[in-house]
Design a protein around this ligand. Structure first.
Ligand code: NZQ
Ligand code: ZN
Length: 389
């Protein structure tokens, strides 16, 4: 196990009915004017918008709105939010939605006190020094954005999708009410399952040794998601299933709590971001295609971890099989589960052909080789992309 420091400053307020705590949270931060950030209308259809406004009013908070955050949120929209904050003296940002809304809100929060263009943070041209305080009400279990300092933003004009991570971008609080995810449609529920599992994969497939607790934490999250994912798909208003998925997605990517002291990978996420930068597909649709292929490409680096994964997570019986066979059975079980819940397995299912693969591979390694389980150069990325067609 490696030495580590871990700090996560986000207060989690979890459970049915916790939306009622929003007003008191805003008051605790002395909020006078909030920027309410939300997406394309799901919160209006579900009635959540009215409930949030009621909380803001009760807390005596003036509200300015930034509506219409796109899935794969765009820097152009973030810039509008920054202007709104400056024009209206906003002192708190409130994000109500899924990962895209939360990520856009974080980019607004760090962009307001910065004199240059917020995109500078995404291309590593400037370092984040401060941010407006931010709180969230989560409506979709997937990204973990509710308890981490990460934000992923697309520059559509340049077909680039880049991320930043900063201690300044952690939400001050996140309200996690599983009942708010009852209305998430089946395809987005599937995306949330795949994204959560992928976040665990990025940490679990590590070369670091002597990390039994971290490995078991990862395996527990995977098993809990696998079980509860299918339950939530069969019965969207099953509270236990939605609550377990929500807790899993939050734990899966919250500054590395499940993988302290471990080297993490993240190559597959970097590759996926370049796919969705060009094709605007759902993040998890790309991950579903790519992850089993990344596993196949790199599993020889550490066969024992893949054997452990197969046996502990998928209950593969190792008797009479070689380690290679067990490892491959685990990878196949991953693919089969994704297919069973309706996630794609080929780029062609997402209408993606072979014409931009080189560009995506080059852009993936734009800041240098990616991954640590196996360091991938552009040629490796290209092979994984080709095997995904
Ligand atoms: O826009 P609205 O109308 O709200 O509809 C959304 C959107 O169309 C809908 N939705 C959300 N909650 C709902 C709902 N529909 C019905 N009922 C509800 N309760 O779902 C659609 C997708 O929402 P989105 O926020 O885009 O999904 P997700 O949470 O999967 O976020 C994806 C984005 O997060 C980034 C991805 O790259 C992508 O841009 N990621 C962020 C990370 C982070 N901050 O740590 C890590 C991830 O790996 C990921 O890269
Ligand atoms: Zn992800």
């Amino acid at each position: 196990m490696n030495s580590f420091a871990f700090h996560n400053p986000t207060r989690i307020i979890f459970g049915a009915g916790t939306l009622d705590k929003l007003g008191e949270q805003l008051a605790a931060f002395g909020t006078k004017t909030a920027l309410l950030v939300y997406g394309g209308g799901s919160i209006k259809q579900s009635g959540l918008y009215d409930r949030v406004l009621q909380q803001l009013e009760q807390a005596g908070v003036r509200t300015v709105e930034l509506a219409g955050i796109e899935p794969n949120p765009r820097v152009s929209t973030v810039r509008k939010g920054i202007e709104l904050c400056r024009a209206h003296d906003v002192d708190f940002i409130l994000a109500v939605g899924g990962g895209s809304v939360l990520d856009a809100a974080k980019a607004v929060a760090v962009g307001v006190p910065y004199e240059g263009d917020v995109w500078d943070f995404l291309i590593r041209k400037a370092q984040i020094q401060s941010a407006l305080p931010l709180g969230t009400v989560l409506t979709l279990s997937a990204t973990g954005s509710e308890m981490n300092g990460n934000s992923v933003i697309t520059n559509w004009e340049e077909n680039l999708k880049k991320s930043f991570g900063s201690i300044h971008a952690y939400p001050k609080f996140s309200i996690l009410d599983p009942t708010l995810t009852y209305s998430v449609p089946a395809n987005q529920t599937v995306n949330g399952i795949v994204d959560t599992m992928s976040h665990v994969f990025e940490q679990y497939f590590s070369l670091t040794t002597d990390t039994p607790l971290q490995e078991r934490l990862c395996e527990s999250i995977l098993q809990t998601v696998i079980e509860n994912g299918e339950k939530a798909l069969a019965q969207p208003d099953n509270y236990e299933a939605r609550a377990n998925l929500m807790l899993c997605s939050t734990y899966a990517l919250n500054g590395g709590m499940i993988s302290v002291g471990m080297q993490q990978d993240w190559a597959t996420h970097m590759i996926e971001h370049e796919v969705s930068a060009i094709y605007d597909i759902a993040h998890a649709a790309g991950l579903s295609v790519l992850f089993p292929n990344w596993m196949t490409y790199v599993h020889g680096e550490r066969l024992d971890r893949f054997v452990q994964y197969a046996v502990r997570v998928w209950n593969i019986d190792p008797s009479g099989k070689s380690d290679e066979e067990v490892a491959r059975a685990g990878i196949q079980a991953t693919r089969d589960y994704f297919t069973r819940i309706g996630a794609p397995s080929r780029l062609s299912e997402l209408n993606i052909g072979d014409d931009q693969l080189e560009r995506m591979a080059e852009e993936t390694v734009g800041f240098g080789p990616v991954g640590s389980f196996r360091k991938l150069q552009a040629g490796d990325v290209l092979e994984i992309l080709r095997s995904s067609l």
